[in-house]
Design a binder for this molecule. Structure first.
Ligand SMILES: [Zn+2]
Length: 304
């Protein structure tokens, strides 16, 4: 068991990193860790996370009653308590407002496409918990729906939340979410995202086991009769094998219903989009040798 003094020092360090990387501004964000079976060590409310000292932290029980500390616990304490209640395996929770990931949360676009192998193996999908007024009991209600099957999620019009088996694991997941959001944004600005094919996705899921990565839930397509975000992870990935180019499908998203799976243009339901016959027949596309070979191989297979 890590000592209380080193956990206090770790919270100070993680707060400093979050602030220096621009994941929080002013007094935003909060951090907590389990301190034994029935107590939590938590950042206090109304302090900048970049300038904390170890003595500032509060100790609470799992119902949120303050047991020790000169300051009051974080205003988002209820959200942290809910995560610990739902996930006995979780030992640390981090909340911040990293700008790119929060941009996706504001746009109502979940980070649920199979794009980067590292993200698939560590976090899987990153859904959006429905909007809730910060610091009220609405927020734990919104988080409850997704936390059983996800270690990281966006909070609609608010920020992001991550959980882990220790403080640095929870913090690194926050880094991964923001990094993934930046890469996704660049790919979408470039106008194209090549999704990892379904077969490869399943291989990556097996790797989770091989490398001892603790994922809270399997990918939904592999759970019979289940498409419930509370029980499994929805990840967009094209079926059929081979390497498929999937043009960007980021259009105006009505309302905040960003977790619903959308058919990308050019998919089976869109014969007029890129990839199908229609107005883009003349458009130039560039392929790597590997992509071209995979497409030719696929075409030859379908001729047989
Ligand atoms: Zn917040």
């Amino acid at each position: 068991m890590t000592s209380e003094s080193s956990l206090r020092a770790d919270i100070v360090e993680v707060g400093r990193r979050m602030y220096s990387r621009g994941y929080t501004a002013s007094n935003d964000g909060n951090i907590s860790v389990r301190l034994g079976a029935d107590r939590l060590l938590m950042t206090p409310k109304s302090v900048c996370k970049g300038f904390m000292t170890p003595d500032m932290m509060c100790i609470t029980d799992l119902d949120g009653k303050k047991l020790q500390g000169d300051r009051d616990p974080s205003s988002e304490m209820l959200m942290h308590l809910e995560v610990y209640r739902q996930r006995p395996d979780v030992r640390a929770v981090v909340h911040a407002h990293p700008p790119t990931a929060t941009g996706f949360a504001v746009a109502g676009i979940p980070l649920d496409r199979a794009v980067l192998a590292e993200v698939v193996t560590t976090l899987g999908s990153i859904p959006i918990a429905e909007y809730a007024t910060p610091s009220t009991s609405e927020l734990p209600d919104a988080v409850r729906k997704y936390i059983k099957a996800h270690d990281g999620m966006l909070l609609a019009n608010h920020g992001a939340l991550t959980a882990g088996s220790d403080l640095f694991s929870a913090y690194y997941k926050m880094e991964t979410i923001e990094h993934f959001a930046k890469i996704s944004l660049v790919a979408r600005l470039l106008g194209r995202e090549n999704l990892i094919a379904r077969e490869e996705l399943l291989r990556l899921q097996e790797l989770r086991g091989t490398y001892g990565i603790q994922a809270p839930a399997p990918i939904c397509a592999d759970v019979p009769m289940s498409d419930d975000p509370a029980l499994c992870q929805v990840i967009q990935s094209p079926e059929g094998g081979g390497f498929r180019l999937v043009p960007d499908s980021t259009g105006p998203v009505p309302g905040l219903d960003g977790n619903r799976r959308r058919e990308p243009p050019g998919g089976p339901g869109d014969p007029g989009g890129p990839g199908g016959p229609g107005k883009n027949d003349e458009a130039e596309i560039r392929l790597t040798y590997r992509e071209l070979s995979a497409l030719i191989e696929e075409a030859v297979k379908s001729l047989r």
